[in-house]
Design a protein around this ligand. Structure first.
Ligand SMILES: [Zn+2]
Length: 282
């Protein structure tokens, strides 16, 4: 018997602006054409900085409220989030992400030997975690894992532990944007390859009964920058694979709507702290 109403996987591809999604991700766009996927524009919180956005994606509250001001200020958040509320509702959670997600939602500081990989069935947060730190990251060395390996790891967790909710986060394209910017063949190729790597897994996750959301945390401008108020820095696509219907095509969604919407899809109560309107309905 199913523990929750539905199972859902959230795939966060870091730092991909709206224009790159719609121009370069041919498999995702093909599924929009075929009706398998629906796509909307979503706008990040401010600051449009990675850590601040991760915290808002999962708590549904602004950085002004959760307190994460940027990548140098990562701590265990106090707010209810998708992991905690899924656990309260009896679901099993998993994460294949940068270590910031473990620090925000489970425990901080990140101890690589203790926290790089854990299976904690009794956890009130992340039950099954597989993390990477990107230690040494910079413009001449991305230190990002291969995305195909991350997709395989999430699939393994789904098969082995029957996750109700799983999140995957990859920094590859954000790092490529900071290095090479956007009007270049390096970025064309990086987006093309990620689209080709994720496509067979989307087919597989759907066959396993998961609804799937593929999205970003923020965009990037022509110089690969993000953090401030700007359409290129803040706006990205959200692709949804599932049976629900959403708002009108031209609607721009808020990043704060994601957490309550995911909890609603799973069948978990939405906490009072998450005030963004749920955007998917049966
Ligand atoms: Zn980011």
């Amino acid at each position: 018997m199913a523990r929750m109403d539905r199972k859902l996987l959230l795939i966060v591809i870091d730092g991909v602006p709206w224009r790159n999604w719609r121009r370069l991700f041919g498999n995702l766009e093909g599924w929009v054409d075929s009706g398998e996927a629906q796509v909307w524009k979503m706008r990040s919180v401010l600051p449009s900085t990675s850590a601040s956005c991760y915290a808002s994606i999962h708590t549904g509250v602004t950085p002004a409220e959760h307190g994460c001001t940027g990548n140098a200020n990562v701590f265990r958040l106090k707010h209810a989030d998708i992991f905690s509320e899924t656990r309260k509702a009896g679901g099993i959670t998993g994460a294949v992400t940068h270590s910031f997600w473990s620090e925000f939602f489970n425990r901080s500081p990140f101890d690589p030997v203790r926290d790089i990989e854990y299976d904690e069935p009794g956890s009130t947060s992340i039950n099954h975690g597989r993390f990477h730190t990107m230690t040494g990251y910079g413009l001449i060395n991305q230190t990002t894992p291969c995305d195909a390996d991350l997709f395989a790891t999430l699939t393994m967790l789904c098969q082995r532990h029957n996750l109700d909710y799983g999140i995957l986060h990859s920094c590859t394209l954000d790092s490529m944007g900071h290095r090479f910017y956007h009007d270049c063949r390096e970025m064309d190729d990086a987006c093309f390859k990620l689209d080709e790597m994720i496509a067979p897994y989307i087919i597989r996750w759907r066959a396993m009964g998961y609804e799937v959301i593929v999205t970003a945390d923020h965009g990037q401008d022509d110089r690969g920058h993000h953090g401030g108020r700007d359409d290129l820095q803040q706006d990205y696509a959200l692709y949804y694979f599932g049976d629900a219907t959403g708002p009108a095509q031209e609607t721009t969604l808020s990043q704060l709507q994601l957490a309550p919407t995911i909890l609603k899809r799973l069948g978990a109560p939405v906490p009072a702290s998450m005030t963004g309107p749920v955007f998917l309905a049966d």
